[in-house]
Ligand binder design. Structure first.
Ligand code: UD1
Length: 353
């Protein structure tokens, strides 16, 4: 098979690492980086740390309003697809890069493979939800991380070309956790003591662009009894600077982490506080209690198991969540077992060869 893979944002680099490795053993992959994320610590570091091959094509679209950003990607990806004529286009997750890749392929009648299909928040004013719903609708092969995801697709009438493969992020996390387990100097360099700090990440538009919510989140973290380590997304950095918001003394904001530092910091945190989708699952797999700064989640299994608590941007709920402990001994196997990347490639071979 000849596959064109579209990547653009940080979580997609992580998901692509194990799949690209499996795919390239016997197939040709052409990697397109849209340039949605462009800072070294939002992009390059993941390629070098996770051994992802350098992109064959970089579109350098950068930041722009959603329509302009997606439109620039669409035009660039179409040119690549016309030239390369792949057997299929591979897209991941729910970003504007995902939708642009799917739409460009669909218009050229090229089959689409969507990894992380069937996720739903049921909140239509969330840009990621629009991207997911449309990408699933256009896809030839929907690779779901869980049975719940398959059920969401079935409820929308999508039943053909659907397969539950498990979660490719578990593959990436398992590899990386094993690497950092033998590197105690990495934790020391982060300047934190094991199990005596919280790890925070905040980047969703709903939390950063609404300053009342952002202030409530910061207030709650400031009232927590322990130090907070906060690798800060550029969007959040810009807004704090623009609004002149100062951080309480117990919060230490640092540049975004690469994946090795992120996994190290999460593994040893007493709890995580986040609005990231990926971090909710990574905390669950590592057995770290998580407080999610949203009122809903796509990863409902993490909440049902007791490892994740939804706190929205409500200071009291955030603090109550942070003070609680994880459930003892609850199973953490809702997203299958390691090997999802191989199962994605096997499903593609079955469908396209
Ligand atoms: C995107 C995805 C989201 C994913 C997240 C992971 C969409 C709609 N959202 O949101 O699903 O969870 O990535 O991080 O695609 N910026 C920089 N440097 C960078 C990247 C971004 O400064 O390298 C700033 C820019 O000011 C930009 C803002 O961050 O305007 C937001 O970037 P955007 O491309 O909209 O994506 P994310 O918010 O990161």
């Amino acid at each position: 098979m000849k596959i064109v893979t579209i990547l653009g944002a940080r979580p997609q680099f992580i998901k692509a690492a194990p799949v690209s490795r499996a795919l390239r053993r016997t197939h040709v992959e052409i990697l397109v980086h849209t340039g949605q994320h462009y800072d070294a610590m939002m992009s390059d570091v993941f390629f070098s740390e996770l051994g992802i091959p350098a992109p064959d094509i970089t579109l350098n679209v950068g930041s722009a309003p959603h329509g302009a950003q997606t439109g620039r990607m669409l035009e660039g990806i179409e040119t690549v697809l016309l030239r390369e004529q792949p057997d299929a286009v591979l897209v991941y997750g729910d970003t504007n890069s995902t939708l642009a890749g799917a739409l460009a392929a669909a218009k050229l009648c090229i089959p689409i493979v969507h990894v992380e299909a069937g996720l739903r928040s049921f909140v239509r004013d969330m840009p990621e939800e629009i991207n997911r719903v449309l990408t699933d609708r256009l896809s030839t092969l929907c690779c779901c991380p869980s049975e719940t995801a398959r059920e969401h697709l079935a409820a929308e009438g999508i039943t053909g070309g659907v397969t539950v493969v498990g979660d490719v992020m578990l593959d990436a996390l398992t590899d990386t956790a094993a690497r950092v387990a033998n590197d105690p100097a990495r934790l020391t360099a982060l300047g934190v003591e094991p199990s005596r700090y919280l790890l925070a990440t905040v980047h969703r538009a709903a939390n950063t662009d609404d300053v009342v919510r952002l202030r409530a989140i910061i207030g709650a973290l400031g009232a927590a009894a322990e130090p907070v380590l906060w690798p800060m997304h550029p969007r959040t950095q810009h807004i704090l600077a623009r609004e002149g918001i100062a951080l309480p003394a117990n919060i230490r904001s640092v540049e975004p982490f690469g994946y090795l530092d992120l996994v190290t910091a999460l593994q040893h945190a007493r709890a995580a506080v986040t609005d990231s989708g990926g971090l909710q699952k990574e905390a669950y797999w590592l057995g770290v209690p998580c407080v999610t700064l949203r009122d809903e989640t796509e990863w409902t299994e993490t909440v049902a198991s007791g490892w994740n608590v939804l706190a929205d941007a409500d200071a009291d709920r955030i603090l109550a969540g942070v003070r609680g402990a994880g459930p003892s001994g609850a199973a953490r196997d809702a997203y299958g077992i390691v090997g999802a990347a191989e199962r994605v490639v096997a499903a593609m071979e079955q469908r396209f060869e």
